[in-house]
Structures are given as C-alpha cells and as structure tokens.
Design a protein around this ligand. Structure first.
Ligand code: ZN
Ligand code: ZN
Length: 251
C-alpha cells in the first residue's frame, strides 16, 4: 500500500515537472506552481475584517460584532487562546485544497496555504516567539506518513523567519475522528488529549506560542492544545489555521 502511494506520488511529481503548472482547484494553467487561476481566486472566500476578535469567525456585517468585537460564541465563553485567525472560509471552494492536502498526499500545497496564512495572521506571526503545530497521534502519523500541520508550520516558519518546534506538543491519547460530533462532544473527546513533553518544557515556558493547524471547526482541538501549552508555562497562545468553518450562528 505504502509502496503504491509512493509510486503514485512519484508519478505525479514527474507529470508536474513535465506539464505546465495547474491551478490549485481546477485544470486551468497558471503562471507558477501553487497558484489559483483568476476564476477560482474569485470564488475562494478569503477571511478579512470584520471577524471575531477572539476566534476569527468572519462576520457577514459589522453589526454582528458584540461588545469587544466578539461573536456570540466567544461572548458566552471567551476562549483560553488570545486570538485565532484563519486564511480561508472552509466551504465547497476551499474544501478540495484542504482535503487534497490532508488526505490526498498533496504536500506541495503547504507553501501556497502558508502564504495565505502569513497574510491573514501577519500580526500573530509578528508577536510569536515560536510556532507549534497540532500533533497527530503516532498511529495516525504512521498511516498518513505526514502531519499536515507540521508542513504548514515549517513553511510558515520559513516565510516569517520564526522558529518552529514540531514536537512541542504530544497527543497522548488517540481520539476518534471528530467529523460529525457536536461542539460539546468534540470538547469532551479531545480534553486532556495533549501535553507538552518534559524535554520541551524549557522551550515553551515564558514564550508566546502560535499554534498551527489546517482547519478550525469548533475550536475544541485548539482549545485542548492551548490549555496544555498554558499549563506548561506559555505566556500566551494564539492560533493560526489555513481554513475555518464559518460559525453557523453568523450565517
Ligand atoms: Zn482554477
Ligand atoms: Zn468568536
């Protein structure tokens, strides 16, 4: 199986080298690898202001911002992290990019996604001492061969000249896929699933950490990682993701 996947990937890399570069989501030819064609670029939902000051959920109009520019969810319960920002709305236009990147071996999407994240999270990156990716459980890492969040964090670290610690967090419990679970069930599933390994405590203590992940849905995973980093002595945790699922309460 693994040999087959390597062969498929090697074949595709060879084709990519022979063919002109294609748009990230369609067959259109573009000038450079990792670009969107004009039509797809127009359909992609880049998240811009106004958005929730705490979780980055895009507002459809400014009047949705409550006190302190927070969405209803964060007004009810303020997250433990400082700010979360996402580059793209997770929708039918961005989903093929995110799914290809996470499950389809399209590891070359890391750089274009990181470029979009660097724009959306410029302020967060400026203030971060260290980038830490959300870890995969060992079993899942072996099955998938790569952790998409590590690839994003590595590309972002290069773009923003920030150090990155791939094993700053460890997933101590394998958790079921969160797929269809409710926000409450997601929180219960991932609570306590992460820890800072003892040998990484010195690197985390006293630092402003930017947590990196591919998709933010309910925020349960980011919240569990944030609590582990704060418990290890991080002074602040912000969150930067490639895509976030818009809050249905803001639709
Ligand atoms: Zn296109
Ligand atoms: Zn919010």
């Amino acid at each position: 199986m693994i040999t087959y996947r390597y062969a498929v990937r090697a074949g595709r890399l060879l084709l990519d080298a022979l063919l002109p570069p294609q748009c990230l989501t369609c067959d259109a030819v573009v000038a450079d690898q990792g670009q969107l064609c004009a039509a797809c670029f127009g359909m992609i939902g880049f998240i811009t202001e106004p958005c929730c000051a705490a979780c980055g959920a895009p507002f459809t109009h400014t009047a949705q911002a409550g006190p302190d520019h927070l969405c209803p969810t964060c007004t009810d319960t303020r997250p433990d992290w400082g700010r979360a920002r996402g580059a793209l709305r997770y929708d039918e236009h961005s989903r093929p990019i995110l799914l290809g990147f996470k499950h389809g071996d399209r590891t070359e999407y890391a750089t274009p996604l990181a470029r979009m994240m660097a724009r959306a999270g410029a302020a967060l990156l400026r203030e971060a001492d260290l980038l830490v990716p959300v870890p995969l459980h060992r079993g899942r890492l072996i099955a998938r061969r790569y952790n998409q969040s590590v690839l994003l964090a590595r590309a972002l670290g290069k773009l923003a000249c920030r150090p990155m610690l791939p094993d700053g967090l460890r997933r101590i419990r394998a958790t079921a896929m969160l797929g269809e679970l409710s926000a409450e069930a997601r929180a219960a599933t991932v609570s306590g699933a992460f820890t800072v390994p003892p040998r990484r405590l010195a690197a985390i203590t006293g630092r402003r950490i930017l947590l990196i992940d591919d998709v933010l849905t309910s925020g349960a995973t980011a919240a569990a990682c944030t609590r582990a980093l704060l418990a290890a002595g991080a002074v602040r945790v912000d969150v930067l993701v490639a895509a976030r699922v818009p809050d249905p309460r803001l639709a």
